[in-house]
Ligand binder design. Structure first.
Ligand code: DHB
Length: 493
């Protein structure tokens, strides 16, 4: 089906639905309503700022618990100060507008003198009661629309709010990392505009300058095939039932075509194919381990790495920028007992993937679009693409075909709107110029190729991309803040 031909009709229908049941709130910003507050940072520094809270970013408010943002202006901020937007979305869930935290990127942004925005947003479990009925307010793409509306609000009140709207930097982790990637990729794309207008979002641009994506759970259309292609032969998956093994194999078999269809280029200019992909992963992991080792981390020789006194003389993919923050690693490495050379020379990926997946796998088969496939329970993502009645939905053709729950046009349209990969290099979107993407080297919430494809596609489109699989990192975000904020300083100067 041609998605482009169905999009306008679907979107128009969704607009009508969402305007019918909203509460009217004018878009307002009152500079006199700020409250003076302070935050004490871990290093003892006191950051003084003014807080503006409960700023509704849309005039047709469907869910007043979530559709507003909080804004924090540190003393000394000017029209030139960067604006840092931190979303606390996790698990594609709703989240309320928050407050700066001394220990994460939000507090750090304030301490750096940046204007801070923490929007609320609807999510897959947010509900209101209307005429005695429970209505789910935040199924895809509503959460993203709320974030885009928050960005439009900043531009709408640009004259009244300090900060440079040409220097908006978004940050999020996991599903929030996916949202940050979407904000970075889909700026001003016309497909979202009718939905944003129906919400009563300001008629402004919604592109951003930079996107910080920690472990983005994204490209959900292809995350299942990537997962089985990478992890399908681990010991844990070998122990699955024959039926599951078959499902896993079918999914894995789709990955090579997908990679070919992306037409991604490696740093040496050759095309990234499935055949070359494992080597690409190996190189990224070895670079990451080497960087950690150089910074003094103890690395086990029991998880597949080999060491030598001699360098393998491989040019690093990333140019070895920055150092991981050793103190933040949260699981001790298994201890090896052999003396190690200084250089990491190879990685046995089979062994390493067994180590990452562990004997207690996090994800079933399929990992994401599990609704109804072989009796599996619905995943969070099935809820994200489900209906306003709280139903779950399949969102990939493969799972839909297996379960006999066909993909509706509406779900197909939402899936498209929720995938940043479709908007990178799209002439109707303004992609962020700068990207900071991290996916931990032992994060198994989605497979490595999801983050790698995102970073590679952006690089191929000429974007500035700082990408790593940080060593010994599980699924987490807002770490190595010195490294992150050094990067932000550099791109905003
Ligand atoms: C998140 C984690 C997941 O494993 C997933 O499938 C979706 C979201 C999260 O932490 O946001």
């Amino acid at each position: 089906m041609n998605k482009r031909s169905i999009l306008p009709a679907i979107i128009a229908a969704a607009c009508l639905l969402s305007t019918a049941q909203a509460e009217q709130k004018p878009l307002r910003f009152d500079a006199d309503k700020g409250v003076r507050t302070e935050l004490v940072m871990p290093n003892g520094q006191t950051v003084r700022y003014t807080a503006y809270t409960k700023l509704y970013f849309a005039t047709n408010v469907e869910d007043s618990t979530y559709q507003y943002m909080n804004l924090f202006v540190p003393d000394g901020a000017t029209e030139q100060s960067p604006i840092f937007l931190r979303t606390y979305i996790g698990g594609y869930m709703e989240c309320q507008a928050g407050y700066p935290q001394a220990t994460d990127a939000s507090g750090r942004a304030l301490a750096e003198g940046y204007v801070l925005v923490i929007p609320g947003s609807r999510g897959r479990q947010s509900t209101v009661t209307r005429k005695g009925k429970t209505v789910y307010t935040g199924r895809a793409p509503k959460g993203l629309l709320d974030l885009k509306a928050a960005i439009r609000y900043l531009r709408h009140f640009d004259q009244q709010i300090p900060g440079n709207t040409e220097r908006i930097i978004t940050d999020g982790t996991s599903a929030g990392g996916a949202m940050s990637a979407l904000l970075g990729a889909t700026g001003n794309h016309p497909s979202y505009d009718p939905l944003l207008r129906a919400m009563g979002a300001a008629r402004e641009r919604d592109d951003v300058f930079a996107s910080v994506c920690f472990c983005p759970i994204t490209d959900l259309e292809h995350a299942d095939m990537a997962y089985e292609w990478l992890y399908g032969n681990t010991l844990s998956r070998q122990a699955l039932s024959e039926t599951k093994r078959q499902l896993s194999a079918e999914l894995a078999a789709q990955f090579p075509d997908y990679i070919r269809s992306l037409g991604l280029k490696l740093p040496d200019g050759t095309q990234l194919t499935a055949d070359k992909y494992l080597d690409y992963i190996r190189q990224l992991l070895m670079e990451s381990a080497q960087e950690a080792k150089d910074a003094g981390a103890a690395i086990s020789d029991t998880i597949g790495l080999t060491f030598s006194e001699q360098s393998a003389f491989q040019a690093p993919i990333n140019g070895g920028v920055g150092m991981p923050n050793r103190t933040e690693a949260s699981r001790p490495m298994p201890r090896g007992d052999k003396p190690q050379g200084e250089y990491i020379t190879s990685i046995d990926l089979e062994k390493y993937l067994n180590y990452v997946e562990t004997t207690q796998p996090l994800k079933g088969v399929p990992a994401f679009d599990s609704y109804g496939v072989d009796g599996a329970v619905a995943s969070g993502e099935n809820g994200e693409f489900g209906g306003a009645d709280g139903s779950d939905a399949n969102f990939t053709p493969w799972s839909a075909n297996k379960t006999g729950h066909p993909l509706t046009n509406e779900v197909q349209a939402s899936v498209h709107l929720m995938n940043p990969m479709h908007f990178i290099g799209n002439t109707q979107a303004r992609n962020a110029s700068h990207w900071y993407i991290r996916h931990g080297a032992r994060d198994r919430d989605t497979a490595f190729p999801i983050a790698i494809n995102l970073a590679t596609k952006l690089r191929n489109q000429g974007r500035d991309v700082n990408f790593k699989l940080p060593w010994n990192r599980p699924h987490s975000g807002d770490y190595a803040l010195n490294e992150l904020f050094r990067w932000i300083k550099q791109i905003t100067q």
